[in-house]
Design a protein around this ligand. Sequence first.
Ligand code: GAL
Length: 643
Amino acid sequence: MLRFGGDYNPEQWPEEVWAEDLRLMSEAGVNMATVAVFSWSRLEPEQGAWDFAWLDRILDLLHEHGIDADLATATATPPPWLVRAHPEMMPVTADGVRLEFGSRQGYCPSSPVYRTHAVRLARTLATRYASHPALKMWHIGNEYADHTLECFCEVSAAHFRTWLEARYGTIGGLNAVWGTSCWGQLYTGFDQVEPPRTAPGPVNPAQLLDWRRFCSDALLELFEAEKAALREVTPDIPVTTNFMSILHGLDYWKWAAAEDLVTDDAYPDPADPESHVAIALSYDLMRSLKRQPWLLLESSPSAVSWRAVNAPKPPGMMRLHSLQALAHGSDGVMFFQWRQARFGPEKFHSALLPHGGTATRGWQETLQLGRDLKALAEVAGSYEQAQVALVLDWDSWWGLEAPESMPSDRLKLKELLLDWYRPLHARGIAVDLAPPGRDLTGYRLVIVPNLYLCTEESAKALSAFDGELVVGPFSGVVDAADQVHPGGAPGPLRDLLGVTVEEFWPLHDGVTQATTAGAARTWTEWIHATDAEVVARYRGGELDGRPAITRKGGVTYLSCRLDDPAPFLDTVLARADVHGVEVPRGVEAVRRAGHLFLLNHTTDPQRITLPQAGTDLLTATSRQGEIELAPRDAVVLRLEGRK
Ligand code: GAL
């Protein structure tokens, strides 16, 4: 079964409305609702004064209507009574400002008060609903790192010190790793170490890197603490927390390992005609995190309410974007939220049931999607490894984007990933993401857009891969401590690549550098091909005639960011014998196990020659040869000979 439904906030509505909610949910085919995400102050308006009656009734109603509950632990907004009793649990900014109550996610991730009460609430809910038949999944917290990724208070500082002590053992160990002999920062005790608060100048980048690791870990500790309480009481109910698509702040490889199911919230901007590409990359990451199907837990039926200008989704786009998530491995489509709110910051956020009720095109599209998801049920649970992988590492991302100490602040990891992802996506080639240490067996082509921070272990894993490998610029520069590898880049990748990098040569915005493989932008390097063939050279400028792209065995090194990597990519794809599906620009072709999704993201009809005959599950018709896809329409083919 594919999941269909969304966040349901009945506490914002009088009870008379609930019956209609459930009737309409049934009509639309909703089979899962996320409940109680922000309900702490409603469930426990004063400490220990529980009010479960409403949630009891809602869970009963859901179950009576055959709808499963993704039940939140309700810890996302600690209630006013707790904040007033413990004002120190509110987060503090890098400038020392303590934030006020009045929004949501107001807690210091390291606060023992918040943690104790959150775990108490999670355990209380688990105990109460352990045997409720509607309970099918635990939704821990909500979008960790949303609003509150970090806190610079004294409690956080103490937690950071404990984390550092566990990592380095002695202050001498920390001094060595942080390189505190630079700028006179030698510490003589952990008690002198603070979070990277606003300082007179650039902060030690090793300290910043450890801070990023710590902040991701501190939130994960919270998740783990609630999970432990749930596991004690309901060991068989799967746990998740909703991710925020590809996100700088949290190391999702680590986080996903702690979850039973990966779930994601995705909000591509309807006004951006290319937004389906970046979101596809996120979806592929979600599928790759545990190498299994995932679930789109939040998306938007039409407009959101948090952009400066909130464009609605034109007719057909909600369906198309939903099918896209399925194509990339989601086992359903869920939304924020069920019924459009009348008050609060999200009153203009769209919902499956709009302000205008059932007399709206929005509601008609909700009904249509419900029908489509039923027709597509057979894709649920299917998973297949792709032939191409992009390597992504959070440590390296954090290091690369450290402020104020890099040769250029223009190398942004997400953009570097998209440089490669975009042409792969346009060619209908499925892509996985992989952490650098993962066993890469089975892939034909692995691209490392950038691996600024590269450990010996990562280098070893990449060296063990025997397919086509492409390594992008500014890789192998530093070790896990953000210290430059002896002899400089590419450090532990030197033997694998057969090059040495003498000097980084970043380019100003708008400047390009010609190479025999096309123009480079943002970044070039002065390199030596010590043990590699030169396949492209710089043309003109200071680097004239020097190697730009090298190759050793099946391993290519790019010392620059190509303005258009597509022609180069095509030669690599041919070598790796990887083939996609030929489609017109703006049409997305995605294979999911024995199915082919063809999604027309353009506003024109498009003609496509099917690579294989099959049955379109959406219309239950056989299709072969050339077909026409209407604007924003899709076909989902069960390919012949496959089930
Ligand atoms: C998410 C959040 C939801 C809702 C939604 C609106 O970030 O988890 O509660 O606010 O955004 O787009």
